[in-house]
Design a protein around this ligand. Structure first.
Ligand SMILES: NC(=O)c1ccc[n+]([C@@H]2O[C@H](COP(=O)([O-])OP(=O)(O)OC[C@H]3O[C@@H](n4cnc5c(N)ncnc54)[C@H](OP(=O)(O)O)[C@@H]3O)[C@@H](O)[C@H]2O)c1
Length: 330
């Protein structure tokens, strides 16, 4: 069973700490995944325009709502979009929803506008492998536009993949503090300074890639012997089977952080919804994995097409001095 743990956003809205992610959930799988997640009890869905599966996600939501009598207000739905300030939609989404509980700026980067409808990743002329980045739009421009969205359509606004420097800049420029910060976070990338900064400002933190996404071929963190050992000790302690995935999700939620595991596998969707609590010793064993210090989601080295921008200052990004920088202000 889920413990149904929630956090309260600065807006007063409640966000369930255990959510369901939809990135790399292929068309043909994602609608069923969302449907099964709602059936299992998830009431927090993480959706995004660039996952290119929105129509089917909307169908899965409508099917589950109809079959299980779920009401729109029962589910916290967030949608991340990566548009430039001049293209923020003022209302609605292709999901077919009347409003969003949270609207996130997905990345601190703007792409060149492109006349082709639905071209999410405008390519550089002469280099189709690279997205064309627009340095004329700053993150302050985009955040300023976000703060003006009607509350009836976007009940809360937030950001994703922003650093302390980025957050400081947008808050200082507008006086508006994002309600949520969504970041890559798992035992290999615990990021205490960013979390401490966000929480001091009253920003709720959501962790993505809680298992350490396998986009670069590293085994998921679930497979680490240390995680398996904690799962075994927690199983003995509680008298029920606690899995490595449940251990990582419990670790993620320490400090009232929400986490949004993705799975399109029916049994794992159910498994990942079960919340367990870890002892301080068990938490410390997982904390020890932090010495890996590994970020997986680096758009300049894993995305297709690549985004030639240095966002996090990782070794992979720093190898490319020609990369764009995050435009903080103009
Ligand atoms: N804001 C952002 O920039 C951003 C970036 C990345 C992700 N996100 C969000 O965060 C969500 C989660 O992150 P993620 O998709 O990168 O990675 P993740 O949830 O850490 O890992 C997903 C992988 O784990 C597997 N998995 C799931 N449950 C499992 C279990 N119980 N046992 C074994 N394997 C399991 C999944 O396989 P199957 O699906 O085959 O079961 C999939 O291969 C995304 O879906 C997306 O919604 C946001």
């Amino acid at each position: 069973m889920s413990l149904g743990t929630t956090a309260t956003l600065s807006t007063g809205a409640k966000i369930p700490l255990r959510g369901y992610g939809t990135w790399q959930a292929e068309p043909g799988q994602v609608g069923e995944g969302v449907y099964l997640a709602l059936k299992a009890g998830y009431r927090h869905l993480d959706l995004a325009k660039i996952y290119q599966n929105q129509k089917e996600v909307g169908e899965g939501i409508r099917k589950a709502f109809a079959e299980f009598g779920i009401k729109r207000e029962d589910v916290f739905i967030l949608w991340a979009n990566n548009v430039s300030a001049d293209r923020l939609p003022s209302s609605g989404t292709e999901l077919g929803l009347e409003y969003l509980d949270l609207y996130l700026i997905h990345w601190p980067v703007a792409f060149k506008s492109n006349k082709q409808i639905n071209n999410l990743f405008p390519r550089q002329a002469g280099n189709e492998k690279l997205v064309e980045i627009d340095d004329s739009i700053s993150i302050i421009d985009t955040w300023t536009a976000m703060t003006k969205l009607p509350k009836s359509k976007a009940r809360a606004v937030g950001v994703s993949n922003y650093s302390i420097e980025h957050l400081e800049a947008i808050i200082n420029a507008t006086g508006v503090v994002p309600s949520v910060l969504q970041i890559e976070r798992h035992p290999y990338l615990p990021n205490p300074p960013l979390i401490e900064y966000a929480q001091k400002k009253g920003i709720h933190v959501t962790a993505y890639s809680g298992f350490g996404n396998n986009s670069i071929g590293w085994p998921l963190i679930i497979t680490r012997p240390e995680v398996k050992e904690v799962a075994e000790s927690a199983s003995k302690r509680t008298g029920t089977t606690v899995t490595p995935a449940q251990v990582l999700l419990a670790w993620a939620q320490v400090g009232s952080i929400s986490v949004i595991p993705k799975s399109v596998t029916a049994s794992r969707i159910v498994e990942n919804f079960i919340e367990v609590e870890l002892t301080p010793e068990e938490i410390a064993k997982i904390d020890a994995l932090g010495k890996e210090n590994k970020r997986f989601n680096v758009p300049g080295s894993v995305n297709d097409p690549l985004w030639p921008i240095n966002i996090f200052g990782t070794p992979e990004e720093n190898e490319h001095p020609e990369f764009h920088k995050v435009i903080i202000s103009k």
